[in-house]
Design a protein around this ligand. Structure first.
Ligand code: CP
Ligand code: NVA
Length: 308
């Protein structure tokens, strides 16, 4: 299917057809028996390097590779020689002799690029400060599942112009979904990522719009998305950000302004009462736990396609 041996680093390393292949494989894996799945990647190993905490990414990759007949190794970066100064390049070369693929969650996006450059096995980005491509693939798989398609829809992202916002923009552009991002002044998404998303959108025919007006963003939206106001590594800014982002909360008023059948997404973990109210995240429009489940299906599809 053309994805064997490939890396998933930025999200724009896949085109629309390839994303459709990932979605189709996720559908197939979800519908086949546990026993059949075990024959997909027998004996294969996935190294999972974590430099930041995780619940969903760790558990979905680790159970995902087991369900495919393989084995996941959780490697806390703090317990690796990386912490004592071993280079990313030497880590990549060494792991390539033991395992069949590497998943990494880290701060600096360049570390993932470097790891992929020196590894001769697939490298999968499990979140950096810049991007979270597996999350966005699972998000668009969820939107497609709930709203029966992706083209011609309006997705409103309200909150911080962060890694999740960047990956949503990229994947929206690839898939032909219109996206509007509402962020406070000074918290806009990265200009270079906006430029890349707009270049891709020019080809797919979708729109990437930025505003500082959260109500305008959610007006008539088919899907509303938010994420924490302070990401991992920004904990000391949390208090300040709470004041700046106050009007960017997804609450009943914002949901009412959206399309009547709008769905609400959040990558999780949520800070309830900050970026989203209990009434919305626990309400009838919320799909956040199906979205979390879809991380498993999408990442199994990615692992199978790049490792088989
Ligand atoms: N959404 C997500 O990546 O969650 P974790 O930080 O728990 O992995
Ligand atoms: N933007 C959040 C996403 C967590 C999955 C963070 O980077 O902490």
């Amino acid at each position: 299917m053309g994805l064997q041996g490939r890396d998933l680093i930025s999200g724009y390393d896949l085109d629309r057809k390839e994303v459709e292949v990932v979605f189709a494989m996720a559908d197939e894996l979800r519908s086949e028996s546990r026993k059949d799945s075990l024959n997909r990647l027998p004996g294969c190993s996935l190294a999972m390097i974590f430099q930041k905490p995780s619940t969903r990414t760790r558990v979905s990759f680790e159970t995902g590779i087991s369900q495919l007949g393989g084995h996941g190794l959780f490697l806390s970066a703090d317990d690796m020689q990386l912490r004592r100064g071993e280079t990313i390049a030497d880590t990549a070369r060494t792991l390539s002799r033991y395992v069949d693929a590497i998943m990494i969650r880290t701060y600096d996006h360049q570390d993932v690029i470097d790891l992929a450059r020196y590894a001769d096995i697939p490298v999968i980005n499990g979140l950096t400060d810049l991007l979270h491509p597996c999350q966005a693939l699972a998000d668009f798989y969820t939107i497609r599942q709930k709203l029966n398609g992706l083209q011609g829809l309006k997705l409103a992202y309200v909150g911080d112009g962060n890694n999740v916002a960047h990956s949503l923009m990229i994947t929206a552009a690839i898939m032909g979904t219109d996206i509007v991002l509402a962020t406070p002044n000074g918290f806009e998404p990265d200009k270079e990522i906006v430029g890349i998303a707009r270049e891709i959108a020019a080809v797919s025919g979708s729109k990437v719009e930025l505003t500082d007006d959260p109500m305008a963003a959610v007006e008539g939206a088919n899907a509303i998305y938010t994420d924490v106001w302070a990401s991992m590594g920004q904990e000391e800014e949390a208090l300040l950000r709470r004041a700046i982002f106050r009007n960017y909360q997804i609450n009943d008023e914002k949901l009412e302004a959206a399309a009547p059948e709008a769905i609400v997404l959040h990558c999780l973990p949520a800070h309830r009462g900050e970026e989203i109210t209990d009434s919305v995240i626990d309400g009838a429009h919320s799909v956040v736990f199906d979205q979390a489940e879809n991380r498993l299906h999408i990442q199994k599809a990615i692992m199978y396609l790049v490792m088989s």
